[in-house]
Design a protein around this ligand. Structure first.
Ligand code: NAP
Length: 295
């Protein structure tokens, strides 16, 4: 009989089992994940005796596998599609942000095998904007989030926590925009898909949090005519690095921010907790991870 321990051990290289500290990313499939490339860079950069491994785990094995990871020596792990919701149910404790979003992407093992889950996407999103759009002030003007899936939830909560005066949430499926706006309350309002162009009036930030614009997907159809030219346009999509939306925004003079930086910044908290070093997001890291996108 194959045990969950066998499932994990089969995927660990000899180098990984010899490393002093061990972490990884769990997904199904996992081959596309940039996280091993990203954490591997930091491990080399800071000369840490550690390993960060991709773990391909089928949904039916997820709960059993995460239960045995602490005893196999894991300091923690990231969770990606399709396990982020299951990960919330599987941790001993979750932080507020993860509980509000309903999904965990980072787990830290503390003493006695206790697992603490968090969601670092909102942190990564805000840090990336601070880094790439330093003049943007969240409290000055409305923000527009297009999308109401997992990424949009993290972004919308982060913007509400940062004090945006109005948060306009636009989604193709209206009920998901309504549910997110209701959960956030305060500044959040749901906008119907047909009203997305008008929703840009007076905004200081627009975020594409849909999967549109990604390689293999059609572009996001969002006429920008009503958007002030001094607003920031942020696409969470990072492949390609300049989406059609960002190209259109640049052509009319808007400051644009791509999605790769959010991915890099969201990884900082897990790395620091597992390996004991606060890692930096540098141009060299960005270039190294971008090279993993294969053009
Ligand atoms: P998700 O939960 O599956 O949500 C997908 C969103 O896209 C939903 O709002 C969906 O609307 C919308 N959508 C999909 N196809 C559409 C279409 N044809 N027309 C209009 N809307 C459409 O996915 P997710 O995890 O939130 O990811 C969304 C995007 O963010 C992806 O491109 C992902 O790569 C990116 N992302 C980036 C980072 C980063 O670090 N940069 C992190 C997380 C995610 P409905 O509700 O109507 O289906």
């Amino acid at each position: 009989m194959t045990t969950p321990q066998d499932v994990v051990r089969r995927q660990l290289s000899e180098d990984a089992t010899r490393a002093a500290k061990l972490a990884g990313v769990i997904g199904w499939p996992i081959g596309h994940s940039l996280s091993p490339r990203l954490h591997g860079y930091w491990l080399r950069e800071y000369a840490i005796d550690g390993a960060y491994v991709p773990l391909a785990i089928e949904p039916e094995n997820f709960a059993a596998v995460v239960e045995v990871l602490p005893e196999l020596g894991f300091a923690g792990w990231n969770v990606t599609v399709p396990h982020k919701e299951a990960a919330l149910a599987a941790v001993s404790q979750a932080d507020d942000h993860a509980a509000k979003i309903g999904a965990v992407n980072t787990v830290v093992v503390t003493g006695g095998g206790v697992t603490v889950g968090s969601n670092t996407d909102g942190f990564g999103f805000m840090e990336n904007l601070r880094d790439q759009a330093a003049n943007w002030d969240p409290t000055s003007r409305p923000a527009v989030v297009v999308g109401a899936g997992g990424a949009a939830k993290s972004v919308a909560w982060a913007l509400a926590d940062a004090g945006v005066p109005e948060l306009r949430i636009v989604n193709r499926t209206r009920s998901r925009a309504d549910a997110l706006a209701t959960a956030i309350g305060g500044p959040a309002v749901a906008v119907p898909w047909g009203g997305r162009a008008d929703a840009l009036a007076g905004a200081g930030l627009v975020v594409n949090a849909t999967s549109l614009g990604m390689v293999g997907q059609p572009p996001l159809d969002l006429p920008l005519d009503g958007l002030p030219t001094n607003a920031v346009v942020n696409d969470l999509v990072y492949a390609p690095d300049t989406t059609e939306l960002l190209g259109q925004a640049q052509a009319r003079g808007n400051h644009t921010v791509g999605g790769l930086g959010m991915l890099l910044h969201q990884a900082r908290r897990g790395f620091a907790a597992w390996f004991g070093v606060e890692p930096a997001v540098t141009p060299a890291l960005r270039a190294h991870v971008a090279a993993g996108l294969g053009g």
